[in-house]
Design a protein around this ligand. Structure first.
Ligand code: SF4
Ligand code: SF4
Length: 347
């Protein structure tokens, strides 16, 4: 991991933010009725880069929109004419401030599937044109379990830049990717001091209580190995019995990527949309001939749990869950994927 460190303080950081917000299209956590979401901003006081850990949505919609026009079409007696849709508003050069580590990690997980059998060029453009600036978490939220999963939060290079605290009010702007380093060098004022090895030691001291602040912990390796042998476990029925199939968990998840294609047509003119979908939907696996291999909810929840904790890892070498806890916070019937996989693996 590349590390380039600039030492500053609260005022210096504010100045850095103000300057880059003035230059680039910027998104950041914005509060509304006590909830935070990533919105476009034009001034620093419109957002809170140190927002609480639990934003309602992740940054996923800025890369994979909830719904997007794929094309327009028009039919007449000579056939169907297809036209491109409006220009994608998410592919310009931009920055995202105040990103949580788990959200940034979610993009690394999505990168695997978007670089697989089909290369999604819109997604690639959005990724390539975005600089991700994270604020280092001080303390875990009640549903967080990222430190239990198969990556090292301390050494994460999922963001380009992270803002970290040192001792005595010092703040460090730490570039962790080449893209981040180039961005910081181009956009930081010349008076800022460049940090040293000693600064990294200070940062470690500031965050020494981070690991201990997690309420939720699991032995990921053990859970993963057990789940591989538990496809037929009756526990899947128990853990999914309260699910109302609302799909909230998938829509707010930083790594879920199922979508559906729908055509909406009035008379001879229509639009084709690509919109979020979920494997928790009863019709998701319904085939044209009427057969549905997952007609009951325990089978759909089994797919969700095993895809996240077994299958994706087998195919891409990383978990399809980053332990952000968004799903547990938003589920109307309090189902938590942490509890689901641990309860099934407990037998
Ligand atoms: S399944 Fe839940 S905890 Fe895991 S990444 Fe998705 S929202 Fe976060
Ligand atoms: S949010 Fe909860 S109720 Fe809704 S589909 Fe997910 S697990 Fe089921």
């Amino acid at each position: 991991m590349n590390v380039f460190l600039v030492e500053t303080d609260k005022t210096g950081l504010q100045k850095f933010y103000e300057e880059i917000i003035g230059k680039f299209e910027t998104y950041a956590p914005v509060e509304k009725f006590g909830k935070y979401d990533y919105k476009r901003i034009s001034k620093l006081d419109e957002c809170d880069p140190d927002s609480p850990i639990e934003t309602t949505m992740s940054i996923k919609p800025l890369f994979f929109p909830k719904t997007a026009k794929v094309m327009k079409f028009k039919e007449d007696n000579t056939g169907t004419t297809i036209s491109e849709t409006d220009e994608d508003s998410l592919t310009g050069k931009r920055i995202i401030l105040g990103v949580k580590h788990c959200d940034a990690r979610g993009l690394q997980v999505l990168d695997q599937v978007y670089n697989w059998d089909y290369i999604d060029t819109d997604y690639q453009k959005r990724r390539g044109n975005t600089v991700i600036i994270s604020t280092r978490c001080d303390k875990a939220g009640t549903q967080c379990f990222c430190t239990s999963l198969d990556y090292d939060v301390e050494k994460s290079d999922a963001h380009d830049i992270r803002i970290v605290n040192g001792l005595d009010g010092k703040i460090y702007i730490q570039a962790v990717t080449q893209k981040g380093e180039g961005f910081v060098k181009e956009n930081i004022s010349q008076q800022s001091a460049v940090g040293s090895q000693q600064s990294l030691e200070e940062i470690k001291k500031h965050y020494k209580s981070f690991e201990a602040s997690f309420r939720l912990k699991m032995d990921y390796k053990e859970v993963n190995e057990k789940l591989q042998k538990l496809f037929d476990s009756p526990e899947f029925e128990t853990v999914s019995s309260n699910c109302i199939g609302c799909n909230t968990c998938a829509f707010i998840c930083p790594t879920c990527h199922c979508f559906k294609i729908t055509d909406e047509k009035i008379k001879d003119t229509g639009v084709r949309y690509k919109s979020y979908d979920s494997c928790n939907n009863g019709y998701f696996t319904l085939m044209a001939g009427g057969h549905n291999p997952r007609p009951v909810k325990y089978r759909r929840w089994r797919q969700r749990a095993l895809h996240k904790f077994v299958y994706y890892k087998e195919r891409f070498g990383m978990n399809l869950c980053v332990g952000c806890g968004h799903c547990a916070i938003s589920c109307p019937v309090n189902i938590s994927i942490f509890d689901v996989v641990n309860q099934v693996a407990k037998v």
